[in-house]
Design a protein around this ligand. Structure first.
Ligand code: 5AD
Ligand code: SF4
Length: 441
């Protein structure tokens, strides 16, 4: 009999991408093969996100196709995992009766359990038990790896569904994290990204004799031979302390990029968001970063149109975006998430207002990012080659330590670190040419 085939569609953040790699690795080890089209799969999986409404509706359309495929061949198995599944739990079976298995984020081992059991009825698995670090993994790129260092989040951001979908924060044992980094390095991985909902509060829940801080964890990962680039996401500004900032200046592998989610530039809005910092304290963090790592790239997340956001509040967000000059930003229109505090707040803004503010914000973000990008022009930068350029396959694409995508002329292979002379910059990408002789000089 031919091997059964699976198809996975992933929505949401890197944490989800990472979970999907584990899902695929696990399915491969169970003897499944990956199908390139959903219509060819015996097992149709969705790894869902619940951050944005648009992700939800996109996902519902995909689910509709799964329903049709299942009606054509009822032996097909449809599974839904991730944050959205967790947020609706068993309701998923009522709303979508053709779903066979549903599971929360990080519950991939339960999917295996379901597939290898003789269970005839639909099953839902929503309790976090353990890190999935021991599961096999199918990495999207051989030379890049993600490592989950914590699960859940203890913050109470009023707009965010994560605390309810991913639970209280649990840090992973440092020795376990290090063992995984060493395994990846031995496997040829050059770049690792430490993942968590709030990475820099890492360690606080660990037993005293095991406890290390986030900056200590960074130092230990940095010491692993073979790891050339170390990244992490996402940190919380409230936990961005001097030791972490200094690590960016001192550790060989830690990249010159910090993602520092702002959410709003207005202290009044930040308070209602329960972010526990205000505009001034955020700007202090930015100053601290600029002091220790002057060239560091800064990126952010910003929410537009939070309930009760006045024109003055929004003007403050624009001011901060202008003042910081982010190298890039993810901008979100506020969307109420069921069960969150903000969803019940007064002062919901009309869609047209949110859209108009978003346009103004994106304009500032893009203009500043383009301006900031000019500092790279004329420099020779180390680029980790990822593959052919998306727009022009005759060129190559890679990433600088500042996390900027570079499209360039060159001959290097994916996974190589090369020097690229930067000749141009837009708000999102750099362009240039490989310096072929630079290494020999
Ligand atoms: N509405 C809009 N954006 C949101 N985010 C989280 N929850 C919401 C919401 N309800 C954004 C935040 C976060 C990013 C991952 O998603 O900016 O940092
Ligand atoms: Fe990631 Fe949050 Fe979306 Fe879950 S809800 S997939 S944690 S972005």
């Amino acid at each position: 009999m031919a091997a059964k085939r699976y198809h996975v569609t992933t929505f949401g953040c890197q944490m989800n991408e990472h979970d999907s790699e584990r899902m695929k690795g696990m399915l491969d080890s169970l003897g499944y093969a990956e199908a390139s089209e959903r219509s060819e799969a015996d097992l149709i999986l969705f790894n869902t996100c619940s951050i944005r409404e648009s992700a939800d509706s996109r996902f519902i359309a995909h689910l509709g196709e799964a329903k049709r495929l299942k009606s054509e061949d009822p032996a097909r198995v449809v599974g839904v995992g991730g944050c959205w599944a967790q947020s609706v739990k068993d309701e998923v079976f009522r709303r979508f009766p053709f779903v066979d298995v549903a599971f929360g984020p990080g519950q991939i081992h339960r999917l295996a359990e379901f597939l290898t059991s003789d269970s005839l009825s639909a099953q839902g698995y929503f309790e976090f038990e353990d890190f999935a670090g021991h599961l096999p993994m199918k990495r999207a790129r051989e030379f890049q790896g993600w490592i989950q260092i914590s699960q859940g989040c203890n913050c109470a951001c009023s707009y965010c569904i994560v605390p309810s979908t991913r639970g209280r924060e649990q840090s992973r044992d440092p020795d376990e994290v290090l063992a995984e980094v060493e395994r990846l390095a031995a496997d040829g991985v050059l770049e690792v990204t430490l993942l968590g909902q709030n990475v820099n509060s890492y360690g606080r829940d660990l037993a005293l004799e095991r406890r290390i801080s986030f900056s200590e964890l960074l130092a230990r990962v940095d010491a692993v031979e073979g790891i050339e680039r170390l990244r992490y996401t996402s940190p919380h500004p409230k936990d961005m302390k001097e030791d972490v900032v200094r690590a960016h200046a001192e550790l060989r592998s830690l990249c010159q990029h910090i993602h520092l989610p702002l959410q709003s530039g207005s202290s009044a809005v930040l308070k209602r968001m329960r972010r526990t910092y205000d505009r001034r304290r955020y700007m202090d963090r930015v100053a601290l970063i600029r002091e220790h790592v002057p060239d560091c790239a800064l990126t952010t997340d910003i929410i537009v149109g939070f309930p009760g956001e006045t024109e003055e509040d929004f003007a403050e967000t624009l001011e901060v975006a202008e003042e910081v000059g982010y190298d890039g930003a993810f901008t979100f229109v506020f969307s109420p998430r069921r069960g969150t505090e903000a969803a019940e707040m007064e002062g919901m803004l009309p869609h047209a207002v949110k859209r108009e503010r978003m346009q103004r914000l994106v304009e500032v973000v893009q203009r500043r990012a383009t301006e900031r990008g000019q500092r790279f022009v004329g420099r020779t930068m180390e680029v980790l080659v990822e593959g052919p350029s998306r727009n022009d396959p005759a060129r190559l694409r890679g990433r600088t330590r500042h996390n900027k995508t570079v499209n360039f002329d060159g001959t290097a292979a994916p996974g190589e670190l090369v020097d690229v002379e930067i000749t141009g910059a837009t708000s999102t990408t750099l362009s240039g040419a490989e310096r072929l002789l630079s290494r020999a000089l």
